[in-house]
Design a protein around this ligand. Structure first.
Ligand code: ZDR
Length: 283
């Protein structure tokens, strides 16, 4: 199986173009394929597997498999990588693309220099704020700065869906958060029936935050595109930030704008690292 390796701020992906080859597995086995290729010791190593497929009604379809084999609705860093690949190797020589995902059609716009894609600005669509859309248990309405019981104590959380669920916790010192202890507990908290991504956010000023991420199905990652979008929306909902925010992640910085048209625009880099042939046994 021919693959490319990409990353967006260190959030890394194995990318396979299914228009050019048959996958060695079908249907349910995609989960096993994702686990296998993403494994950092027994496979190629990645936070997720990105599959590109032909589709009606958009330029391409992007399917994502997390490193634990689950399938998320969307992936912000992955979609920038997909857009760069499509322009540079995938025969899509256009600066604006429509990429179909389980969260709807996303619209990346390329930022090019000397014929190469340096960065991508993506129209990530509208955030979903209703509790049932997160999804989260409890009465209807938005979840903004609301207590969530855990470990006999409680955290104040804000919930935002960018197609995939995000549980945001604003905190004074993001470095002091025991991410690997709290991350899995919040990811699997019964209030989130489809589990959740978890973001701890420190507000530096009204235009800048620092964030650490525990990703659903992948654990701690160096960056999270949908999570950065959710953080900007959550910051504005809580009155802590403006609607245009720089989100500093362990792997680098994303620029997020929650525009007046209610769409969230994410701008950040995408990098190709290598290409290769996967010769391990599929399942
Ligand atoms: C966080 C993410 N890598 C991105 O950049 O948006 C998305 C990956 C999917 C995530 N692990 C999920 O929602 O299960």
């Amino acid at each position: 199986m021919h693959f490319y390796k990409y990353h967006g701020l260190g959030n890394d992906f194995v990318l396979v173009d299914t228009r050019r080859q048959e996958l060695p597995v079908a249907g349910e086995d995609l989960s096993a394929l994702g686990r296998l290729v993403c494994d950092r010791h027994f496979g190629i190593g990645a936070d997720g597997l990105v599959l590109l497929r032909p589709v009606d009604g958009a330029d391409i379809q992007m399917q994502i498999i997390n490193s634990d084999g689950s399938e998320p609705e969307m992936c912000g860093n992955g979609i920038r990588c997909a857009a760069k690949y499509l322009y540079e190797h995938g025969g899509l020589r256009q600066d604006e693309m429509r990429i179909a995902t389980l969260a709807g059609i996303m619209r990346p716009r390329l930022i090019r220099q000397n014929g190469r894609v340096q960065a991508v600005r993506v129209d990530m669509g509208e955030p979903r704020l209703e509790r049932t859309d997160i999804p989260m248990t409890g009465p209807p309405g938005r979840v903004v700065d609301e207590p969530l019981a855990l470990n006999g104590g409680s955290f104040r959380v804000t919930a935002v869906s960018m197609g995939n669920p995000h549980c945001l916790i604003f905190t004074a010192h993001v470095d002091r958060v025991p991410l690997t202890e709290l991350g899995p507990k919040l990811e699997n908290h019964p209030a989130f029936p489809r589990k959740t991504n978890v973001e701890f956010i420190e507000v530096l000023n009204r235009g800048e935050v620092r964030m650490r991420v525990w990703e659903r199905g992948a654990g701690p990652t160096l960056a999270c595109g949908t999570g950065a979008c959710a953080a900007a929306v959550g910051g504005a909902l809580n009155g802590l930030t403006e609607r245009t925010v720089k989100v500093h992640l362990p792997g680098g910085t994303l620029d997020i704008q929650w525009a007046e048209d209610n769409h969230v625009y994410m701008t950040g880099p995408a990098a190709e690292v290598f290409a290769g042939e996967y010769t391990g046994r599929p399942v």
